[in-house]
Design a protein around this ligand. Sequence first.
Ligand code: FAD
Ligand code: DLZ
Ligand code: SF4
Length: 508
Amino acid sequence: MVNLVLVLGDQLSQSLSALAEADRTTDVVVMAEVASEAGYVPHHPKKIAFTFTAMRKFAAQLQAQGWQVAYTRLDDPQNGGSIPAELLRRAEEFGTDRVLATEPGEWRLIDALRSLPLHLTLLEDTRFICTHAAFETWAEGRKALRMEYFYREMRRKTGLLMDGDKPLGGKWNFDHDNRKPASDDLFRKAPPHAQGDDVLAQVLDLVEARFPDNFGTLRPFQFQTDRAGALRALDHFITHALPDFGAYQDAMLAGDPYLYHAVIGLYLNAGLLDPLEVCERAADAYAQGHAPINSVEGFIRQIIGWREFIRGIYFLEGPGYTRRNALDHRRALPALFWGADTQMNCLHHAVGQTRELAYAHHIQRLMVTGNFALLAGVDPAQVHEWYLAVYADAYEWVEAPNVIGMSQFADGGVVGSKPYVSSGAYIDRMSDYCGSCHYRVKDKTGPRACPFNLLYWHFLIRHRDRFAGNPRMAQMYRTFDRMEQTRRDTVLTEAEAFLQKLDSGATV
Ligand code: FAD
Ligand code: DLZ
Ligand code: SF4
């Protein structure tokens, strides 16, 4: 009997396990642009346009290779509206009840596929380096799961940057040499812009018509939408940015959204690039003397370390993970996350850039938007939905552990041993935002005090019972306790007033 071979919008890889298992002479590939996937959060229009364009181009490639592809466009009158509905419709059309699928990256969709009255074969997603079983074995019996130890296992497993069983350069981690602020007078070449074509033009019109109210600017559209373009983006990064990636990976500049970042997360997650090929390119650049070890090691760690670790956590923790709220944070997501005016220059830039590009780099996500939401006590489920919607690389398996875990500490410490919180001083050190801000980063209290300075102490004090015993946070509490009583009272009162203003919807 014929198999329906499901290929989802983030499974656009020739090496996909479902395609490897299928028979191209008899089986039918099913791909569908559906309202339910495009609407389970209000995705950024650029993310939807990227997904649909890349899907259409991948389907055309499969057809050219001899596959029969049953492709449903969003505006097809027969469109069933969801992946399960489309599978049922195609099952009837092709007279089969057999579905071959690679495991989706979200529990929501895994559960929906499992509930279908069809004979489903769900295959492991082999595009990752660590299998579920290997991660479970690694995690078993450990008191705490820490990325750094997992990463060493992945280095050994892949042989990347290894000299026998020793790490190349004598150390596993070169972050000590990194974390420099960037200067805005250096010339940096931006990643290559998409070249327009008919497929992209049609999809842009469709997205413009169907998602007019979604947060985010659709045009100009900058992303690549096929494997050849993704490889060009990778080449650009290796040639122009990798050598300085390490030193400046935590830097933020108002005038440069990309700095030395790769801007390949969306291509990796959609399947247009393979994590190992990307890491091998970086390792080659080191071997040829083109990029230093601190940059290459730092970059490879993000991919075989963080990316794999985060995915391991998502599947280990199970479907309830996105509902965790260990710190009992209840505040509604402030309107400034959806572009309402703010006088906080760092948030103005991080959110504005997100709206324009569907992209922000790691430190903007972690130490500006994420830090603010955590300090202000925003409901982590709302924070999670925002991140899932606004970034072109966001799928739940990777977004949720980064947001619920790393950024909001809502998992109570599964991903990180302490919350990522900082006052304005960190943002000032790593960026050029503060110089032209309405608020004064050096003011700890008073009408122009940087809100991060006020909220930082408010956060620490409202969670004192939980964090005072954490050895990595004890120093912060000692600093607070050494302040004069009146100063402590003022900080907390002003923080409360700021939060009230935030809740009232007034511009902060
Ligand atoms: P670079 O900085 O150039 O890094 C290279 C690659 O390393 C990335 O493309 C990515 O594949 C990988 N990587 C780096 N850090 C991580 C990480 N923490 N987790 C997983 N992969 C990592 N990444 C996503 O892919 N999707 C998300 O939805 C997402 N949400 C995030 C939310 C928050 C609050 C935070 C703090 C981080 C999030 N990240 C997410 C991780 C990281 O910020 C992005 O992968 C990165 O910014 C993508 O841009 P880039 O390709 O320029 O990355
Ligand atoms: C992100 C996305 C969007 C916007 N639309 C579709 C779609 O119409 N069809 C599809 O197959 N996939 C889409 N995707 C990607 C899926 O949401 C993704 O496969 C799941 O969330 C699992 O990671
Ligand atoms: Fe952000 Fe505070 Fe700096 Fe303004 S002063 S940019 S609010 S950190």
